[in-house]
Design a protein around this ligand. Sequence first.
Ligand code: SF4
Ligand code: SF4
Length: 105
Amino acid sequence: MISKCPFLREYKVLRLIEDESRVIFKCDLGKALLKPRDLNEKWACGGCSVPYVLGNSPCRYIKPGKDFLFRGSSYTFFVCELLDIKLESPEEFCKFYCRHYIPKN
Ligand code: SF4
Ligand code: SF4
């Protein structure tokens, strides 16, 4: 799931001593650098609903947002560009209750 996130990318490979190296990742959505172990953490990619929402026929008007307030904490939200509202969990509302729902794909 995490590997399918369109906002996750390798940012830099740090060369350490001898043969050792470490990859630093970047969440382009929240503009935060992440260590490899962060990818499984709940506050980072491990608990992020963005890949799930975007991978399940989202409405064409939904746009994700992510704020990393400080290291170890983040806030995920979605904005409906048609109705100009903020939604924390758009999956159910959009598909089952909104008459404007038009799948993106
Ligand atoms: S924190 Fe969420 S949006 Fe950012 S790269 Fe990870 S899974 Fe994607
Ligand atoms: S389904 Fe409705 S609320 Fe959800 S993004 Fe589309 S227009 Fe907005």
